[in-house]
Design a binder for this molecule. Structure first.
Ligand SMILES: [Cu+2]
Length: 168
């Protein structure tokens, strides 16, 4: 009997170790300079940008996002076809282990489709970003002017800590 108990215990420990490996802490991810371009009159869609840093040794991937300010959100990139830049939906935006990904004009972005109301400069927009391992983070985006093009070169890329993180 004693031997069986030991076996079960070892199995349980093994399972726990697996779970710990599969679920890196949400605090391994940080979100810098989240912003959305302000809407011009009549605009139906909008785009959001930010830098996602991954301090863990395991790759991460953003797979979806939610906000009550749009009918739905898609993840987009921009590809060149015959010299024309076109938006293309992607299934995920990868964040390399011990690395970062920058969503910026001309590249990856969070696409708000069917705005429920226009984005006005200065507004704060909470957006839930969801990752492939089930984690999600609530990040507050700041609406910039319709002409704004980004943080200007990304030098210094300080960690402002705008994002509120929520484990899942
Ligand atoms: Cu787009």
């Amino acid at each position: 009997m004693k031997r069986i108990a030991t076996l079960i215990c070892a199995t349980t420990l093994g399972l726990m170790a697996n779970i710990a490996t599969a679920q890196p802490n949400i605090t391994d991810l940080s979100f810098t300079d989240p912003w959305i371009r302000g809407s011009v009159p009549g605009q139906k869609n909008g785009a959001g940008y930010l830098i996602i840093d991954n301090k863990s040794g395991q790759p991460a991937a953003m797979v979806s996002a939610n906000s009550d300010r749009a009918d739905r959100i898609e993840l987009h990139t921009i590809v060149r076809e015959d010299g024309v830049a076109k938006m293309r939906e992607v299934q995920e935006i990868p964040v390399p282990a011990n690395g970062s990904v920058t969503l910026q004009p001309g590249g990856y972005h969070v696409m708000f489709i069917g705005l429920t109301q226009p984005f006005k400069e200065g507004e704060s927009i909470p957006v839930k970003l969801n990752f492939s391992d089930g984690r999600s983070a609530e990040v507050t985006f700041t609406v910039k002017a319709p002409t704004y093009m980004g943080g200007g070169g990304m030098q210094g890329h300080g960690h402002g800590g705008h994002g509120m993180m929520k484990g899942n």
